[in-house]
Design a protein around this ligand. Structure first.
Ligand SMILES: *Cc1c(COP(=O)(O)O)cnc(C)c1O
Ligand code: SF4
Length: 344
Protein backbone atom coordinates (compact mmCIF):
# COMPACT_ATOMS: atom_id res chain seq x y z
CA UNK A 1 0.00 0.00 0.00
CA UNK A 2 1.27 3.46 -0.88
CA UNK A 3 2.16 5.31 2.30
CA UNK A 4 0.33 8.63 2.41
CA UNK A 5 2.44 11.71 2.89
CA UNK A 6 1.84 15.37 3.59
CA UNK A 7 0.71 17.77 0.87
CA UNK A 8 3.42 20.42 0.51
CA UNK A 9 2.80 22.43 -2.65
CA UNK A 10 0.02 24.55 -4.07
CA UNK A 11 -0.19 22.29 -7.12
CA UNK A 12 -0.74 19.27 -4.86
CA UNK A 13 -3.50 21.21 -3.08
CA UNK A 14 -5.02 22.13 -6.45
CA UNK A 15 -4.93 18.47 -7.55
CA UNK A 16 -6.83 17.55 -4.41
CA UNK A 17 -9.26 20.38 -5.18
CA UNK A 18 -8.49 22.07 -1.91
CA UNK A 19 -7.72 25.38 -3.62
CA UNK A 20 -9.37 26.96 -6.66
CA UNK A 21 -7.49 26.95 -9.99
CA UNK A 22 -7.84 30.73 -10.32
CA UNK A 23 -6.09 31.27 -6.98
CA UNK A 24 -3.04 29.15 -7.76
CA UNK A 25 -0.78 32.01 -8.91
CA UNK A 26 -1.50 34.19 -5.88
CA UNK A 27 -1.19 31.21 -3.55
CA UNK A 28 2.29 30.42 -4.93
CA UNK A 29 3.29 33.79 -3.44
CA UNK A 30 1.67 32.87 -0.14
CA UNK A 31 3.57 29.56 -0.10
CA UNK A 32 6.85 31.33 -0.90
CA UNK A 33 6.39 33.52 2.17
CA UNK A 34 5.30 30.77 4.59
CA UNK A 35 5.57 27.00 4.09
CA UNK A 36 2.60 24.83 3.30
CA UNK A 37 2.16 21.38 4.80
CA UNK A 38 -0.99 19.38 5.38
CA UNK A 39 -0.63 16.00 7.05
CA UNK A 40 -2.55 12.91 5.81
CA UNK A 41 -4.79 13.03 8.91
CA UNK A 42 -5.81 16.62 8.24
CA UNK A 43 -6.13 16.00 4.49
CA UNK A 44 -8.68 13.27 5.30
CA UNK A 45 -10.56 15.67 7.55
CA UNK A 46 -10.59 18.23 4.75
CA UNK A 47 -12.15 15.69 2.40
CA UNK A 48 -14.82 14.78 4.91
CA UNK A 49 -15.96 18.33 5.63
CA UNK A 50 -17.39 20.98 3.30
CA UNK A 51 -15.05 23.75 2.15
CA UNK A 52 -14.71 26.90 4.27
CA UNK A 53 -15.03 24.98 7.52
CA UNK A 54 -12.83 25.41 10.58
CA UNK A 55 -10.20 22.90 9.43
CA UNK A 56 -9.94 24.41 5.96
CA UNK A 57 -9.53 27.93 7.35
CA UNK A 58 -6.73 26.91 9.68
CA UNK A 59 -4.54 24.99 7.26
CA UNK A 60 -5.33 25.75 3.61
CA UNK A 61 -3.47 28.86 2.44
CA UNK A 62 -5.66 31.80 1.51
CA UNK A 63 -5.02 34.77 -0.76
CA UNK A 64 -5.91 37.04 2.20
CA UNK A 65 -2.49 36.17 3.71
CA UNK A 66 -0.94 38.56 1.20
CA UNK A 67 -2.70 41.51 2.83
CA UNK A 68 -0.53 43.13 5.47
CA UNK A 69 -1.90 45.78 7.79
CA UNK A 70 0.27 48.43 9.44
CA UNK A 71 -0.21 47.20 13.03
CA UNK A 72 1.09 43.73 12.15
CA UNK A 73 4.61 42.76 13.22
CA UNK A 74 7.34 40.36 12.08
CA UNK A 75 8.06 39.48 15.72
CA UNK A 76 4.54 39.91 17.14
CA UNK A 77 5.27 39.05 20.75
CA UNK A 78 8.75 40.57 20.90
CA UNK A 79 10.66 37.37 21.56
CA UNK A 80 13.94 38.55 20.02
CA UNK A 81 14.84 41.01 22.79
CA UNK A 82 14.70 38.14 25.31
CA UNK A 83 16.74 35.73 23.18
CA UNK A 84 19.73 35.23 25.50
CA UNK A 85 21.54 32.70 23.37
CA UNK A 86 20.33 31.45 20.01
CA UNK A 87 16.97 29.69 20.40
CA UNK A 88 16.60 30.39 24.13
CA UNK A 89 14.00 32.99 25.15
CA UNK A 90 14.15 34.01 28.80
CA UNK A 91 11.42 36.52 29.58
CA UNK A 92 10.06 35.31 32.93
CA UNK A 93 12.31 34.61 35.91
CA UNK A 94 11.47 30.96 36.58
CA UNK A 95 11.07 29.53 33.07
CA UNK A 96 12.50 29.79 29.60
CA UNK A 97 11.63 28.68 26.10
CA UNK A 98 13.96 26.55 24.04
CA UNK A 99 13.13 26.61 20.33
CA UNK A 100 14.60 23.20 19.57
CA UNK A 101 12.84 22.72 16.22
CA UNK A 102 12.27 25.16 13.39
CA UNK A 103 9.80 23.05 11.43
CA UNK A 104 6.27 21.76 12.01
CA UNK A 105 4.30 18.76 10.78
CA UNK A 106 1.66 21.19 9.51
CA UNK A 107 1.70 24.93 8.96
CA UNK A 108 -1.15 26.81 10.59
CA UNK A 109 -1.91 29.86 8.51
CA UNK A 110 -2.26 32.11 11.58
CA UNK A 111 1.00 30.93 13.23
CA UNK A 112 2.49 33.55 15.57
CA UNK A 113 6.00 32.41 14.65
CA UNK A 114 5.39 32.21 10.93
CA UNK A 115 8.36 34.48 10.15
CA UNK A 116 10.75 32.37 12.25
CA UNK A 117 9.92 28.80 11.29
CA UNK A 118 9.78 26.65 8.20
CA UNK A 119 12.29 25.87 5.47
CA UNK A 120 14.83 28.66 5.21
CA UNK A 121 14.72 29.51 8.90
CA UNK A 122 17.66 28.69 11.10
CA UNK A 123 17.56 25.58 13.31
CA UNK A 124 19.50 25.37 16.57
CA UNK A 125 22.81 23.61 15.93
CA UNK A 126 24.48 21.28 18.44
CA UNK A 127 26.77 24.16 19.38
CA UNK A 128 23.75 26.42 20.00
CA UNK A 129 22.23 23.73 22.20
CA UNK A 130 25.43 23.46 24.23
CA UNK A 131 25.33 27.23 24.80
CA UNK A 132 21.69 27.01 25.83
CA UNK A 133 22.41 24.26 28.40
CA UNK A 134 25.24 26.42 29.77
CA UNK A 135 22.94 29.41 30.08
CA UNK A 136 20.36 27.34 31.95
CA UNK A 137 23.02 25.87 34.25
CA UNK A 138 24.21 29.38 35.08
CA UNK A 139 20.69 30.57 35.93
CA UNK A 140 19.42 28.70 39.00
CA UNK A 141 16.16 30.67 38.87
CA UNK A 142 15.15 28.59 35.83
CA UNK A 143 12.82 26.00 37.34
CA UNK A 144 11.06 24.99 34.13
CA UNK A 145 12.23 24.62 30.53
CA UNK A 146 9.63 24.74 27.76
CA UNK A 147 10.56 23.06 24.49
CA UNK A 148 8.89 24.73 21.57
CA UNK A 149 9.63 25.59 17.97
CA UNK A 150 8.40 24.74 15.50
CA UNK A 151 7.29 21.43 16.90
CA UNK A 152 9.74 19.62 19.22
CA UNK A 153 8.03 16.25 18.72
CA UNK A 154 8.98 16.30 15.04
CA UNK A 155 12.65 15.81 16.00
CA UNK A 156 14.18 12.35 15.64
CA UNK A 157 13.53 10.55 18.94
CA UNK A 158 17.27 10.02 19.49
CA UNK A 159 17.94 13.77 19.14
CA UNK A 160 15.02 14.67 21.40
CA UNK A 161 16.26 12.15 23.95
CA UNK A 162 19.71 13.79 24.07
CA UNK A 163 18.08 17.18 24.69
CA UNK A 164 15.81 15.83 27.44
CA UNK A 165 18.73 13.99 29.10
CA UNK A 166 20.81 17.18 29.20
CA UNK A 167 17.96 19.17 30.75
CA UNK A 168 17.00 16.48 33.26
CA UNK A 169 20.62 16.47 34.46
CA UNK A 170 20.42 20.15 35.52
CA UNK A 171 19.40 19.93 39.16
CA UNK A 172 17.46 23.21 39.43
CA UNK A 173 15.33 22.35 36.39
CA UNK A 174 12.46 20.50 38.03
CA UNK A 175 9.86 20.63 35.28
CA UNK A 176 9.97 20.17 31.52
CA UNK A 177 7.20 21.15 29.19
CA UNK A 178 6.72 20.49 25.48
CA UNK A 179 4.41 22.55 23.28
CA UNK A 180 3.32 20.47 20.30
CA UNK A 181 0.68 20.03 17.63
CA UNK A 182 1.96 16.65 16.47
CA UNK A 183 -0.46 14.39 18.44
CA UNK A 184 -3.35 16.41 16.97
CA UNK A 185 -2.32 16.70 13.33
CA UNK A 186 -0.15 13.61 12.83
CA UNK A 187 -1.26 11.08 15.46
CA UNK A 188 0.52 8.15 13.76
CA UNK A 189 3.84 9.79 14.62
CA UNK A 190 3.24 9.24 18.32
CA UNK A 191 5.19 6.00 18.08
CA UNK A 192 6.30 3.54 20.70
CA UNK A 193 9.81 4.93 20.31
CA UNK A 194 8.61 8.48 20.92
CA UNK A 195 6.66 7.35 24.00
CA UNK A 196 9.83 5.71 25.38
CA UNK A 197 11.79 8.91 24.70
CA UNK A 198 9.26 10.92 26.65
CA UNK A 199 9.50 8.66 29.69
CA UNK A 200 11.90 10.68 31.84
CA UNK A 201 12.71 10.93 35.53
CA UNK A 202 11.41 14.49 36.01
CA UNK A 203 7.96 15.97 35.58
CA UNK A 204 7.10 16.39 31.91
CA UNK A 205 3.95 18.15 30.75
CA UNK A 206 2.77 18.30 27.15
CA UNK A 207 0.61 21.16 25.93
CA UNK A 208 -1.14 20.28 22.68
CA UNK A 209 -2.42 22.96 20.32
CA UNK A 210 -6.02 22.34 19.25
CA UNK A 211 -8.62 24.86 18.13
CA UNK A 212 -11.73 23.00 17.06
CA UNK A 213 -13.56 19.88 18.31
CA UNK A 214 -13.43 18.34 14.80
CA UNK A 215 -9.63 18.06 15.19
CA UNK A 216 -10.21 15.50 17.96
CA UNK A 217 -10.81 12.42 15.83
CA UNK A 218 -10.74 8.90 17.34
CA UNK A 219 -7.10 8.46 16.14
CA UNK A 220 -6.10 11.78 17.71
CA UNK A 221 -7.79 10.88 20.98
CA UNK A 222 -5.93 7.56 20.93
CA UNK A 223 -2.56 9.24 20.39
CA UNK A 224 -3.25 11.64 23.28
CA UNK A 225 -4.36 8.75 25.50
CA UNK A 226 -1.11 6.89 24.77
CA UNK A 227 0.83 9.87 26.15
CA UNK A 228 -1.41 10.24 29.20
CA UNK A 229 -1.18 6.50 29.89
CA UNK A 230 2.60 6.93 30.02
CA UNK A 231 2.06 9.29 32.94
CA UNK A 232 2.41 12.54 30.99
CA UNK A 233 -0.24 15.12 31.94
CA UNK A 234 -1.75 16.75 28.85
CA UNK A 235 -2.93 20.34 28.70
CA UNK A 236 -4.23 22.23 25.70
CA UNK A 237 -3.85 25.65 24.22
CA UNK A 238 -6.15 27.14 21.64
CA UNK A 239 -6.05 30.30 19.59
CA UNK A 240 -9.29 32.23 19.33
CA UNK A 241 -9.80 32.63 15.57
CA UNK A 242 -12.50 34.34 13.57
CA UNK A 243 -14.42 31.80 11.47
CA UNK A 244 -12.81 28.87 13.28
CA UNK A 245 -13.90 28.86 16.91
CA UNK A 246 -15.37 32.30 17.69
CA UNK A 247 -18.63 30.73 18.77
CA UNK A 248 -19.56 29.82 22.37
CA UNK A 249 -21.01 26.45 21.33
CA UNK A 250 -17.85 25.49 19.43
CA UNK A 251 -15.65 26.49 22.38
CA UNK A 252 -17.88 24.62 24.84
CA UNK A 253 -17.80 21.49 22.76
CA UNK A 254 -14.00 21.79 22.29
CA UNK A 255 -13.24 22.23 26.00
CA UNK A 256 -15.69 19.50 27.06
CA UNK A 257 -14.28 17.04 24.55
CA UNK A 258 -10.76 17.81 25.81
CA UNK A 259 -11.67 17.35 29.47
CA UNK A 260 -13.65 14.18 28.75
CA UNK A 261 -10.43 12.86 27.22
CA UNK A 262 -8.28 13.88 30.21
CA UNK A 263 -6.79 16.98 28.57
CA UNK A 264 -7.03 20.14 30.69
CA UNK A 265 -7.65 23.38 28.74
CA UNK A 266 -4.81 25.70 29.77
CA UNK A 267 -4.77 28.84 27.61
CA UNK A 268 -7.12 30.43 25.12
CA UNK A 269 -4.92 32.89 23.23
CA UNK A 270 -6.12 36.13 21.74
CA UNK A 271 -4.68 36.11 18.19
CA UNK A 272 -1.32 37.87 17.84
CA UNK A 273 -0.58 40.67 15.39
CA UNK A 274 1.01 38.35 12.84
CA UNK A 275 1.51 39.66 9.28
CA UNK A 276 -1.21 38.57 6.88
CA UNK A 277 -3.64 37.27 9.50
CA UNK A 278 -6.20 40.06 9.81
CA UNK A 279 -8.87 37.72 8.39
CA UNK A 280 -8.52 35.65 11.59
CA UNK A 281 -8.51 38.46 14.11
CA UNK A 282 -11.31 39.57 16.40
CA UNK A 283 -11.38 42.34 18.99
CA UNK A 284 -10.64 41.93 22.69
CA UNK A 285 -14.24 42.84 23.55
CA UNK A 286 -15.54 40.16 21.17
CA UNK A 287 -13.21 37.68 22.87
CA UNK A 288 -14.29 38.72 26.36
CA UNK A 289 -17.90 38.45 25.35
CA UNK A 290 -17.36 34.85 24.18
CA UNK A 291 -15.46 33.89 27.32
CA UNK A 292 -18.17 35.46 29.48
CA UNK A 293 -20.71 33.15 27.86
CA UNK A 294 -18.71 30.14 29.05
CA UNK A 295 -18.11 31.27 32.63
CA UNK A 296 -20.43 29.50 35.06
CA UNK A 297 -22.21 27.60 32.29
CA UNK A 298 -19.31 25.24 31.85
CA UNK A 299 -17.44 23.20 34.46
CA UNK A 300 -14.42 24.93 35.91
CA UNK A 301 -12.32 22.06 34.58
CA UNK A 302 -13.25 23.22 31.07
CA UNK A 303 -12.18 26.86 31.55
CA UNK A 304 -8.84 27.90 30.07
CA UNK A 305 -7.34 31.29 30.93
CA UNK A 306 -7.99 33.81 28.15
CA UNK A 307 -4.68 35.60 27.55
CA UNK A 308 -3.00 38.03 25.20
CA UNK A 309 0.71 38.34 24.54
CA UNK A 310 1.37 42.06 24.66
CA UNK A 311 2.70 43.14 21.24
CA UNK A 312 6.35 44.10 21.40
CA UNK A 313 7.38 41.89 24.33
CA UNK A 314 5.39 42.83 27.45
CA UNK A 315 4.50 39.18 28.05
CA UNK A 316 1.21 37.37 28.61
CA UNK A 317 -1.67 38.90 30.53
CA UNK A 318 -5.11 37.47 31.31
CA UNK A 319 -7.90 39.39 29.59
CA UNK A 320 -10.65 38.58 32.02
CA UNK A 321 -13.51 39.37 31.87
CA UNK A 322 -13.51 40.77 35.41
CA UNK A 323 -16.35 40.05 37.83
CA UNK A 324 -15.22 42.15 40.81
CA UNK A 325 -15.53 45.94 40.78
CA UNK A 326 -14.45 48.19 43.64
CA UNK A 327 -16.64 51.18 44.46
CA UNK A 328 -16.59 53.69 47.37
CA UNK A 329 -18.92 51.48 49.42
CA UNK A 330 -17.09 48.20 48.96
CA UNK A 331 -16.94 45.59 46.24
CA UNK A 332 -19.57 44.67 43.69
CA UNK A 333 -19.36 41.03 42.65
CA UNK A 334 -21.18 39.85 39.55
CA UNK A 335 -22.10 36.19 39.08
CA UNK A 336 -22.42 34.28 35.80
CA UNK A 337 -26.11 35.21 35.52
CA UNK A 338 -25.26 38.91 35.64
CA UNK A 339 -26.63 39.32 39.20
CA UNK A 340 -24.64 41.83 41.25
CA UNK A 341 -23.89 41.33 44.97
CA UNK A 342 -22.29 43.70 47.46
CA UNK A 343 -19.26 42.62 49.45
CA UNK A 344 -18.06 44.92 52.18
C1 LIG B 1 4.37 31.94 26.96
C2 LIG B 1 5.74 31.97 27.38
C3 LIG B 1 6.19 31.19 28.44
C4 LIG B 1 5.26 30.26 29.21
O1 LIG B 1 4.39 30.99 29.98
P1 LIG B 1 3.34 30.24 30.91
O2 LIG B 1 2.45 31.34 31.37
O3 LIG B 1 4.13 29.63 32.03
O4 LIG B 1 2.66 29.21 30.10
C5 LIG B 1 7.49 31.28 28.82
N1 LIG B 1 8.35 32.10 28.17
C6 LIG B 1 7.96 32.87 27.15
C7 LIG B 1 8.94 33.75 26.50
C8 LIG B 1 6.64 32.83 26.72
O5 LIG B 1 6.24 33.59 25.68
S1 SF4 C 1 2.08 24.08 14.94
FE1 SF4 C 1 2.45 25.95 16.15
S2 SF4 C 1 4.45 26.68 15.50
FE2 SF4 C 1 3.76 25.20 13.96
S3 SF4 C 1 2.73 26.40 12.38
FE3 SF4 C 1 1.14 25.76 13.84
S4 SF4 C 1 1.01 27.48 15.32
FE4 SF4 C 1 2.96 27.68 14.20
Amino acid sequence: MKKSRSLRTISELAQEQLVAAEDVLALEKVAAAFNVAITPTVATLLKNFPKENAIHKQFVPQVAELEHSPEELADPIGDSQFEKVKGLIHRYPDRCLLKVANVCPIYCRFCFRKEMIGAGSDAMSSADLVKAYEYIREHPSIWEVILTGGDPLILKPAHLKRILDQLVAISHVEVLRIHSRLPIVDPEKVSQQLLETLTISKALYIVVHVNHPDELTPEVIKSCASLIDKGIPLLSQSVLLKGVNDDPDVLKSLFRKLVANRIKPYYLHHPDLVRGTSHFRLSISEGQNLVQQLQGHLSGLCQPTYVIDIPGGGGKVPLGPCYAHQSKDGWKLENYLGEVFSYE
